[in-house]
Ligand binder design. Structure first.
Ligand SMILES: [Cu+2]
Length: 126
């Protein structure tokens, strides 16, 4: 890009070179805008993670917007599940196993591990 601009300077004169430089500046401004939009889009996708560690859902309570996908990851050496009665039920997750659920309806979703029912968590969807 720089060498192309230098070549333009030599071949086509300063006016064109100035136009090229302007164009380059506009291009970077556009790139910056696109970059910002991408970051916002990533946020808008709303994915949230819950870690299962030492027989605990972390964070145990979570508030998300409708449309959010929550992914649970089992960081224990012991299998776990994520079950919300009548709402969702994961398969048994081995170490580093994951389960995702997209919450499309507002409400409070209490869930637990069917293998260790004392393990509980809540996702509040609003
Ligand atoms: Cu468990």
């Amino acid at each position: 890009m720089i060498s192309a601009t230098l070549r333009s300077l030599g071949l086509l004169g300063p006016a064109f070179a100035a136009a090229m430089l302007l164009h380059v500046n506009f291009a970077s401004a556009e790139d910056a805008k696109v970059e910002t939009a991408k970051v916002e889009n990533t946020k808008a996708e709303d994915t949230t993670k819950v870690m299962i560690d030492n027989f605990t859902f972390e964070p145990p309570q979570l508030t998300v917007k409708v449309g959010t996908t929550v992914t649970w990851t089992n960081r224990d050496d012991i299998p776990h599940t994520v079950v919300s009665a009548g709402k969702f039920r994961s398969k048994t997750m081995d170490t580093d196993g994951t389960f995702s659920f997209t919450f499309t309806t507002a409400g409070e979703y209490k869930y637990f591990c069917s293998l260790h029912p004392h393990m509980t968590g809540t996702v509040k969807v609003e």
